[in-house]
Design a protein around this ligand. Structure first.
Ligand code: HEC
Length: 161
């Protein structure tokens, strides 16, 4: 029975949870550096999220008329300032994170032994991840882009051409 469940899981669990939510896995980030991406020039120092050059990656473009990003959308932002900090937001769908960036899960990922792995994930960063101050949580800052499905980058303005 366990073997059967494991086999089913290998086929299905990496793509969708039973209730239709998309549960991203380490392996989904494996090739993100080959996805469509846009460099963002360094701007005036402020939060470390927006200081120094950075690159935003998108796994797949939404349909041309979409006003929200579809479930399964993965966005990654790398800070190109030598820190190696890499953030992601994934459209998980359903009622996930319903009070804020509805449907979006926040993540930090890192490359260890040549593989991208999830450091933490959730509707907000966990305690101890360096985000104790309320003012710098992912949800609060991205609320500025609420009308664009919580996605900030100008190049990702919906509808995307
Ligand atoms: C100080 C404000 C601020 C905070 C805090 C912040 N972000 Fe962002 N984020 C931005 C801005 C602005 C962009 C647009 C790209 C850029 O200018 O860097 C962005 C872009 C992104 C992107 C690329 C998709 C998009 O929205 O354009 C991801 C992924 C991302 N952030 C993840 C996170 C995660 C995860 C957290 C929390 C750990 C977080 N962000 C916290 C401001 C912030």
């Amino acid at each position: 029975m366990r073997v059967l469940l494991l086999t089913i899981c290998l086929l299905g669990c990496t793509t969708a949870a039973p209730d239709g939510e998309f549960i991203v896995q380490d392996s989904d980030f494996g090739d993100f550096e080959t996805w469509q991406h846009w460099p963002i020039a360094a701007t005036a120092p402020g939060s470390f999220h927006t200081t120094g050059p950075r690159i935003v990656y998108l796994n797949r473009k939404p349909p041309a008329d979409a006003t929200v990003f579809p479930v399964g959308t993965i966005l990654v932002k790398t800070l190109e300032n030598g820190s190696g900090d890499t953030f992601a937001m994934v459209k998980r769908g359903g009622d996930y994170n319903a009070d804020w960036a509805r449907g979006w899960e926040w993540l930090e990922i890192t490359k260890t032994s040549g593989q991208w792995r999830i450091v933490w994930r959730g509707d907000t960063p966990p305690e101890g991840a360096g985000y104790a101050e309320e003012g710098v949580s992912c949800n609060l800052c991205h609320a500025m882009a609420r009308t664009n499905d919580w996605v900030q980058s100008k190049v990702l303005k919906l509808p995307m051409q």
